[in-house]
Design a protein around this ligand. Structure first.
Ligand SMILES: [Zn+2]
Length: 283
């Protein structure tokens, strides 16, 4: 696995790459814009080029773009849906400008029937892929990664069956454009016992059976402040939550994930220690 962390873009893209390199990251993730909303700042081509040089020299790959939290693919509100599709399509274009192969998004939440919420999410994703295919000039398509949720507050996409449903809803057209980003904390609070003996292996087997390991393009490696099945989505530093470190060692040792990025989204002040803890699991 290629270990890295989520970094903020406060001082620009090349500064982000210098930080990732200075801290010994092997992959990195960032929001492409302020996660709190507002208009996205244009990407300076010189800044993006300097970042790409720095990442390449540091052997850091890939850069993953995470969409802002206010997007909601499952919403039944027409305005929110339109805003979500626009925002995601633009983030796919921004990712290609930045040389990033992956854009990570949650499916979002909605009250009421989960099946209908999943259908709305699937059709919104089809719109995003259409719009980004029209506006993105690149030959190498950016892959949209669906992240599993913790399942609280009407969040859909907490069960692997739900993610499989959306991933296959676009038929073969979606195969090269849609993948999966698995968050260990979210899976655990959604009820997958990654802390149990053999738990990580059973989870990986189920992902393989329902979706296929080749669709897993990234992991979010977070320990959990919430208990198993609690739907309480709060990340903990590595080894300081209910997950323990066994799951990270098991995923890292899975041959299918040898080159898969594993991104920390743990509290920033512990980032260096968390990265060191993950690397130590390699023995
Ligand atoms: Zn995550």
């Amino acid at each position: 696995m290629r270990f890295g962390a989520h970094l903020s873009i406060g001082r620009g893209w090349s500064a982000l790459a210098r930080t990732a390199r200075a801290e010994g990251m092997e992959s990195v993730q960032a929001f492409s814009r302020s996660p709190r909303g507002g208009k996205a700042k244009a990407i300076e081509p010189a800044d993006a080029a300097a970042m790409q040089r720095e990442l390449e020299e540091g052997g850091i790959r890939p850069l993953i773009i995470h969409v802002p939290y206010f997007v909601n693919l499952a919403t039944a509100n027409p305005q929110a849906r339109e805003y979500t599709v626009e925002t995601l399509a633009l983030d796919v274009v921004r990712a290609s400008e930045l040389g990033s192969p992956y854009v990570v998004t949650h499916l979002g939440s909605a009250p009421g029937d989960r099946g209908e919420a999943l259908n709305r999410a699937a059709s919104a994703i089809a719109l995003v892929l259409d719009a980004s295919a029209r506006t993105s000039p690149v030959s190498r398509p950016v892959i949209l990664l669906l992240e599993n949720s913790g399942g609280g507050g009407g969040d859909v996409g907490s069960r692997l069956e739900e993610l499989a449903y959306v991933l296959t809803s676009l038929g073969r057209g979606g195969a090269g454009r849609l993948g999966l980003c698995l968050d260990t904390c979210h899976a655990f609070v959604a009820g997958y016992d990654l802390a149990a003996e053999g738990g990580p292996e059973r989870f990986v087997d189920e992902v393989d059976r329902l979706i296929g390991l080749d669709r897993v393009k990234a992991f979010h490696l977070n320990d959990s402040q919430g208990r198993l099945g609690s739907s309480f989505d709060r990340h903990a530093a590595i080894g300081q939550g209910y997950l323990g470190t066994g799951v990270f060692a098991a995923l890292n040792a899975t041959p299918d994930f040898a080159e898969t990025p594993g991104i920390l989204e743990t509290p920033e002040e512990g980032r260096l220690a968390d990265l060191a803890a993950l690397k130590a699991l390699r023995g």
